[in-house]
Design a protein around this ligand. Structure first.
Ligand code: NAP
Ligand code: MG
Length: 493
């Protein structure tokens, strides 16, 4: 698939890349995967299985168990049974297990990266350089806190685990989201039941094998695969906390069904981030940041910079550079090391993107897509820009969760703030300017959990991440991400 991009005859001679596919030999898939309960893979009581595919080829990779409410109950029981011993373990001993998981992830990094790209469609260079190293970094980071909890939260009293956590994650960063959820929960002494997304269960199941190799006591981590109903069963099960990452729509359902139950809740939901380029910004650098902001992981990123706000004097120059840059993006085989934009995660997601892009055209925005040959099988969408976008357009308001950028303009700093904040979401934002004072001015006014300055989509385990408004509440990462997994008795406050 190295000829994925076809250039117009008028363009400069193309650079021909030789294909550079990553071998899949390192991944050994079973035909079928059961549920991971009590430290073992077990057959589902439901008796149901579903295929999991590669979105780049539509080939079935394996069959995976579909947990029903009885299976979820069994997993929660296993987590409950394992809780007293895990909580009673000396914190430094608990840390050793978490460190072991982190080291195993590093040891098996290539295997995890290939499997992540196979099952999710993301480019291997991203799973190799971002997803897997960051997942390991989260386990390392939280392992370090396990025996220092009273120093992490001084004057709060004695920290204790919350109990059993139900954790539900989406398909865009399958292993990384599992790490965000599991690492702080384990370090704080909780036991968990994790529900991976329906379309991307395989790296979570490989992680279950890592848990076995790390000799993590059975039942401390349980993994139940399935679809939305499995997630709903976990929300309704007798757990002490729900941690959810996914759509705002499902987040609202979960908020309703946990209300009044006493279950703790954190929600990491959708976003529609503004990436704001001021006239004094270094444009070439900004172009790279804008491209990374929206085309990283095919735009399947909750904090994607999906609304570009450009100050009018540099609009033409920036747009020209963006269009040129779009021509060089290589769309195709996720396992090719040269690929920049891989496969759309599922047919359902592709249809959602197509529908929203159609609405953009119908509502009068101007579409730009580079010349681009897409593979015949699998789910693909061309990198797309929209200009002439107004604030009322659906493509400016709704989360597309695909490789589609809506470009708007502004004249003054106040107008930029107003437009950026004019959204029901508030997960992230980006500011591109040479002026340090303007960065601080903007950061104070943007209603977003993360504000990047002259960069975008940077993540670090020590840094909290989370939303305002309909992007949810609670933080993951850093000490903020540890706190929801702890209770405190006594202390000054
Ligand atoms: P989703 O449909 O909300 O699914 C998220 C998870 O919840 C999946 O495991 C899903 O299972 C499960 N689920 C579905 N219905 C449920 C229900 N009624 N009760 C409990 N669990 C249920 O979201 P998605 O389409 O997978 O992911 C895309 C969305 O997630 C985007 O809106 C994106 O912005 C958001 N997201 C947010 C963050 C963040 O950190 N804020 C990070 C990543 C993604 P199935 O897979 O079977 O549907
Ligand atoms: Mg879904």
């Amino acid at each position: 698939m190295t000829e994925a991009i076809e250039r117009p005859a008028s363009a400069a001679p193309p650079w021909e890349y030789a294909s550079a596919p990553e071998s899949t030999d390192i991944v050994r898939l079973d035909d079928r995967y059961g549920l991971f309960i009590g430290g073992e893979f077990v057959e589902p009581k439901s008796g149901r299985w579903f295929p999991t595919i590669s979105p780049a080829t539509e080939e079935t990779l394996a069959e995976v168990a579909e947990a029903d409410a009885a299976d979820v109950a069994r997993a929660v029981d296993a987590a409950r049974d394992a809780a007293p011993a895990w909580r009673a373990l000396a914190p430094a001993e608990r840390a050793k297990y978490v460190f072991r998981i982190a080291r195993q992830l590093q040891e098996r990094a290539r295997e995890f990266a290939v499997l992540e790209s196979l099952n999710g469609g993301k480019p291997i260079k991203e799973s190799r350089d971002v997803d897997i190293p960051l997942a390991a970094a989260h386990f390392f980071y939280y392992a370090g806190w396990a025996d220092k909890l009273e120093y992490a939260f001084p004057a709060r009293g004695t920290p204790a685990p919350v109990g059993v956590a139900g954790q539900i994650i989406p398909w865009n960063f399958p292993l990384l989201m599992a790490a965000w959820k599991l690492a702080p929960a384990l370090a704080a002494g909780n036991t968990t039941v994790l529900k991976p997304a329906e379309t991307t269960p395989l790296t979570a199941l490989l992680l279950a094998q890592v848990m076995q190799e790390a000799e993590l006591p059975g039942g401390v981590v349980n993994i139940v695969t399935g679809a939305g109903e499995t997630g709903a069963a976990l929300v309704d099960a007798p757990v002490d906390k729900i941690a959810f990452t996914g759509s705002t729509e499902v987040g609202k359902i979960i908020r309703r069904s946990t209300a009044g139950t006493g279950k703790r809740l954190t929600l990491e939901l959708g976003g529609k981030a503004a990436n704001i380029v001021f006239e004094d910004a270094p444009l070439d650098q900004a172009v790279e940041g804008v491209i990374n902001g929206i085309f990283f992981n095919q735009g399947h990123v909750c904090c994607a910079g999906s609304r570009l706000l450009v100050q009018e004097p540099v609009f033409d120059a920036l747009l020209g550079k963006l269009k040129d840059r779009l021509q060089t993006l290589r769309v195709g085989d996720p396992l090719d090391k040269n690929t920049d934009v891989g496969a759309i995660n599922s047919r359902a997601q592709l249809e959602k993107i197509e529908e929203l892009v159609e609405s953009g055209v119908e509502e009068g925005a101007e579409i730009y897509q580079p010349e681009c040959l897409l593979p015949e099988r699998g789910f693909w969408f061309r990198p797309t820009l929209f200009t002439g976008v107004s604030q009322s357009h659906r493509i400016a308001r709704e989360e597309i969760f695909g490789p589609v950028l809506s470009i708007l303009t502004f004249r003054t700093v106040d107008e930029a703030v107003e437009k950026a904040n004019n959204t029901p979401y508030g997960l992230s934002a980006g500011v591109w300017t040479e002026k340090g004072s303007r960065i601080l001015h903007m950061a104070q006014r943007l209603r977003a959990g993360v504000v990047w300055a002259n960069t975008f989509n940077r993540f670090d385990p020590t840094s909290p991440f989370g939303g305002y408004k309909e992007s949810g509440f609670g933080r993951e990462g850093g000490l903020h991400g540890l706190e929801p997994y702890l209770t405190f008795d006594g202390g000054a406050r």
